[in-house]
Each structure stands twice: as C-alpha cells, then as structure tokens.
Design a protein around this ligand. Structure first.
Ligand code: GCB
Length: 618
C-alpha cells in the first residue's frame, strides 16, 4: 500500500513537472504560409461547469492518476458492454463551429464562463514516413489543455496567442481523437485580471491546423532591417530536428538578386547578415513586400517581408528616417459580420477598410493580440500597427506567476509577428495605476521586449493627471514614462471628466522630449439618436466631443498621433443601460451593424486635412 502511494506520488511529480505552467513547445514561425490541414469545422462539445471530466470526486485531476479511468473526458470513452458505466459520450453531443466563440453560437452559453470540452476526430496520412506532424492553435481563450488519443500534449495559458504541440508519435492513420479543454473563468492573478471592459468570449476562437514538416525544418527566424544600417538585413534563424547542426540553409530574395548560403551552429541556429544597397523600403505610400525564400535540404518556406526602420528622435517618430504622424483608430477584435469574436480574413478586411476609409494610416489593436490576418493585411495595405499585451487595469503586480504569464503572452505575439513591417509598437499595458510593484513589473517587461526585439518601439497606454495640482493643466506624471519610446496616454475629458465644454479650458504641459500619442479619447453615442449636442448618447454629443478634443490636443507640441476609442461599438457586460447600451460599449464611430455615426466624418475630415508627415494642410 505504502509502495503504491509512493509510486503515485512520484508519478504526480513527474506529470506536473512536464506540464508546468507554460508547458507548450517552441512556436513555429510563419505557419501562415505553410501547407497545413485544417481542423476547422464542427466539433462535439460538453459543457462542464464543475469540471467533472477533469477531476475525480476527491477533486484530484484525472490526468495525474496512473489509471484515470473512463470518467476522464480526455479518454473519450464509450460504453463497451451492457454493464459498463460511462456517463458521457462526445459523439452524441451537440456540435459547435471551430473557430468561434461559444457565447454567440449557443444561446445558453452567452454569459457562460467556465470549462467546455471539445472533441474532433480525424484521419491523417503523412506524405512521407519520416515527416513530423504538429497541431497548431492560433488561439483559444483562456486556459487550454490538449490531449491526443488519450495522452496529454500540454497546456496553454492566455487567450490571444498561438501555440503548438508535436504529435508525430501519437498520430495514427485512422480515428485520432483530439480533445481540448477550454476554461475561460476570469481569475484575479491572470492576465487580464477579473475586471475588463470587453466580452470574455470563450472557446477555440481561431483556426486549428495540422502542420506536416520534414524531419528537420525551419522552426523560427527573425528577418528585419538593421535599425542602425538601412542597407543591411539582419536576424537569426533556427532549425528543429535531428540534422539541425552544421546544416546548409539558403536565403534568397529574388527581387534583390540575393542568394546567400549559411550554415547552422551546434544549436541549429545562425545569424543573418545580408547587405544590399537596392532595398526598396516598405512605406505607407508603397508597402512593398519582398518574397523571402528559405531553403534547406528538406524544407522550403516563403515569407512576404517588408523592410523599414522605425525610430524616434526627440519628439519625432521616424519611418525610414522621415517624420510620420500616426492617424489612427483603436479596434477590438470583434467580427463586423458575426458580432462575436472576430477571426477571419473577411473580418480583418472589413475592419481595416473602415479604418482606411476614415483616413487612418495606423491602428491600435486593443487590448490583446488580434488574429494574424490583421497584421498580414496591414502589411499589404500600408497601415502601421500598435500591438498590445492584455496587461489591463489592476493585475497582480506582486505575483511572479502573473509576470511570467504576461511575459509569455507578449513573447508569443512577438514570435508570431516579429517579421511584419506594419507592426511598429509593442504596448506593455493599458491604464495601469502607478506603484513600485507595477513600475518594476512593466520595466522588467520592457527590458525583456527590447532584448527580444530591438527593431521596434515600446509604449503603453498611460494616464494623465493634474499638473502641480492645477486641474486645468494636464501632464503625465508616471515613472514608466521614462522607459517608453512613445509617451502615450488615454484621456476622457468631456466624457468621464466633465462635459465637452471642459475641453476648451484645458491646456497641456508634458515635460518629456519624446513623441506623444493619445491612445484613447471618445464618447458614447447611439447610432440614430439625434438632438442637442450637450445631451449624452446623441450622435451630436460625440461629434462635438471630437471637434473640441481635436482642437484641444492639437495644442500638445509633441503630439505625433492618436487612436480614438473606438472604430466599432463592441460588447461589454459593464454596459447595461437599457435602450442605449444593452450590453454594448457605444463609443464606436460605427455601430455594430456597420452604420457610420456623425463623428466618423469629423475625424475623417481632420485626417484628410493632415498629411502623414505631420504638417497641417491649411
Ligand atoms: C478606457 C479603457 C477601454 C474602455 C474605455 C471606455 O479607458 O482603456 O478599455 O473600453 O475606456 O469606454 O470606458
């Protein structure tokens, strides 16, 4: 008996070591361009609020038991004989579309926050026996446990970034079953924390793919223009596989007549150093993307990469050494088509086309990493992008696990998007209250980000405050302002802070020689509601607020752009006012059904009169 207990104990230790907090494997770069097999479509699901399929009646995880038994949902058990007791059956359950949030697909799951299990059965034949196979999730919200054919692949934490697991050794030609447990319960120590102003959509919210690779393949690379030398393309590349050492890799860029051979070191990596005087830079006017082809003996992958520099000098933002003014808008990842979590290329197209129609050359993807279509399209359309980590409001600054979680989510989006020319800013956080613990947390996160990606700028949506106790003069008084490259803040004068008239009384005194951006301003308006401009929720109020805010912020000397809140009305459980909000944050310039409010045209007019190089036309 003792012996048995010890064995179980050791088994539990072993299991929990292999499935520690961030147990997923190294992310594969550029899955977007790999040939993959989609696992999208209908999946069976079980709603499991008590996590009955995960814990036994002593509340011990089945997966830590030597013999989990048929009650463990990941075993996908069936009743095999008359006397067999199995109290679930995936194949007899309802099905749901993946990708997709469960809230807007199933009426009874609209407000649900908890665990849902998903099952997909599939057959798969490799095209070559020695090839390897991975399963890749573009995102699922929030904690995800993945099992294939009854074995745990790993766990992922975070709702907006991709993760993958190798399945080569578990995969069969017929009747594989992939079981995915997704839990979107909000938690105090999570990132984000309990409190946000957006809908906590649950589910497998983005594509799921099988990737077949050669035995040794191109796992990761970072190819960008050297920020200090615009005739040099730099970066690094890493192979994964048995023969990754001292392996030849060829990088070619046909449009530049470049073909260069490299050899990997003992870790399967090498540094990239390519010089060319003929590089055509990616710019707003001409978002030129080169085909970059990477070839090894067994693998070949192509990417479309734009080369540009993004730097700051004093209060200037320089794109390819030329001053740029960021005419932006904030966007949530909600589908203008399905009115749930967005994920498709059609969703991305519609949102970015609206932004372009508004006159934008820049978008803030708030408040978490959006799907990859957004940045791929922005690359093609010549739109600059701010990407944001979901460190929002009051997360647990003192908790080391919270830090590791935030760092991991940021690291994953950098890994996914580090080769995108459109992405110029990594935002660490949104509206976080200053304290020693918070300052240390964000500073550490910035140091990590700069090390991982020295080619982009760092910012965060900070808050403004009174200047030396004078409420009519506003400033930024935040130690983290020292750390950022772009000093950005949200402000709601005229909405949460007085009425619109107040904008006329405010001046600004920002004592930093850095580019300043306003990451948010805005007012709520219900599309179609008209009347006096001093009456909240009227379109005229929102229009007036935009007019007065634009005049007010134009006075800030260092102002180099802004991204008002927000392109489209979005769902938020905080917004309960009947007949006006009904569950929607109404600060959109466009209603959820695609109708433009008056303020849309106010901002469009302003942007049309402002050139991208920060000169007023008039
Ligand atoms: C903010 C937040 C944003 C909210 C917005 C609002 O400051 O950053 O997430 O949705 O205000 O509408 O209150």
């Amino acid at each position: 008996m003792m012996h048995m207990k010890l064995r179980t104990f050791l088994f539990i230790i072993l299991i929990s070591c292999t499935h520690f907090l961030f147990g997923q494997e190294q992310l594969m770069t550029n899955v977007y361009n790999r040939e993959t097999t989609s696992l999208n479509g209908y999946w069976n699901y079980i709603i499991d609020p008590y996590e009955n399929g995960f814990y036994n009646y002593r509340y011990e995880p089945f997966e830590n038991q030597e013999n989990p038994g048929k009650g463990a949902f990941f075993t996908n058990s069936k009743r095999e004989s008359k006397s067999d007791l199995v109290e679930y059956d995936f194949d007899k359950m309802d099905s749901i579309l993946v990708p997709g949030d469960w809230n807007t697909q199933k009426e009874n799951l609209f407000y649900y926050e908890g665990t849902v299990w998903f099952k997909k059965s599939f057959n798969y034949s490799k095209s070559k026996n020695t090839n390897r196979v991975f399963v890749y999730f573009e995102a699922s919200n929030y904690e995800t446990d993945v099992y294939l054919n009854g074995k745990k692949l790993g766990k992922h934490i975070g709702g907006f970034t991709p993760f993958n697991f190798e399945i080569t050794n578990l995969l069969k030609e017929k009747d594989n079953f992939l079981i995915v447990k997704v839990d979107n319960k909000r938690k105090k120590d999570a990132v984000p924390t309990l409190n946000t102003d957006w809908w906590n959509y649950g589910g497998i919210t983005r594509d799921v793919k099988l990737i077949e690779t050669s035995e040794t393949f191109v796992e990761d690379y970072f190819i960008q223009l050297d920020p200090n030398n615009n005739n040099r393309i730099m970066g690094e590349l890493t192979l994964n596989g048995e023969s990754k050492k001292q392996e030849k890799v060829q990088i070619s860029i046909p449009e530049l007549n470049i073909v260069k051979d490299f050899e990997t070191d003992k870790n399967g990596s090498f540094s990239i150093d390519i010089n060319s005087k003929n590089i055509k830079y990616w710019s707003l006017e001409d978002p030129y993307l080169y085909n970059v082809i990477i070839k090894t003996e067994e693998d070949k992958i192509t990417d479309q990469i734009g080369f540009r520099t993004i730097t700051t000098k004093g209060s200037q933002i320089l794109l390819n050494e030329k001053s740029v003014f960021l005419k932006g808008i904030s966007i949530h990842e909600e589908s203008p088509i399905n009115k749930g979590r967005g994920h498709s290329i059609e969703d991305a197209k519609q949102l970015l086309e609206w932004a372009q129609d508004l006159g934008c050359n820049y978008v803030r993807l708030a408040h978490y990493p959006h799907n990859e279509h957004m940045v791929r399209l922005a690359d093609k359309m010549g739109i600059l992008v701010w990407e944001e980590n979901p460190v929002y409001w009051t997360i647990s600054w003192d908790n080391e696990q919270t830090y590791l979680n935030a760092k991991n989510q940021l690291s994953e989006v950098i890994d996914r998007d580090k080769n995108r020319a459109s992405v110029i800013i990594w935002s660490m956080a949104n509206e976080t209250p200053t304290s020693d613990a918070r300052n240390a947390f964000l500073t550490k996160l910035s140091t990590f980000t700069r090390q991982k990606d020295p080619t982009r700028l760092i910012s965060a949506a900070l808050e403004q405050s009174d200047y030396q106790g004078n409420p009519l003069v506003r400033t930024i008084d935040d130690p983290f302002a020292e750390v950022v490259d772009i000093l950005s803040f949200n402000q709601y004068i005229g909405w949460y802070d007085g009425g619109v008239e107040k904008c006329k009384t405010i001046s600004w005194n920002i004592e930093y020689d850095k580019p300043v951006m306003i990451s948010e301003f805005g007012a709520g308006a219900k599309y179609g509601l008209h009347g006096e401009k001093d009456t909240r929720w009227n379109e005229e109020y929102q229009e007036y607020l935009y007019e007065e805010t634009l005049k007010m912020i134009d006075q800030i000397d260092q102002l180099k752009g802004f991204s008002p809140w927000i392109l489209v009305d979005f769902r938020s459980p905080r917004r309960v006012l009947p007949e006006i909000q009904d569950g929607w944050n109404r600060k959109g310039l466009i209603s959820e059904d695609g109708k433009k409010k008056k303020a849309f045209f106010t901002l469009k007019n302003y942007y049309e009169n402002k050139t991208s190089s920060n000169q007023n036309k008039h």
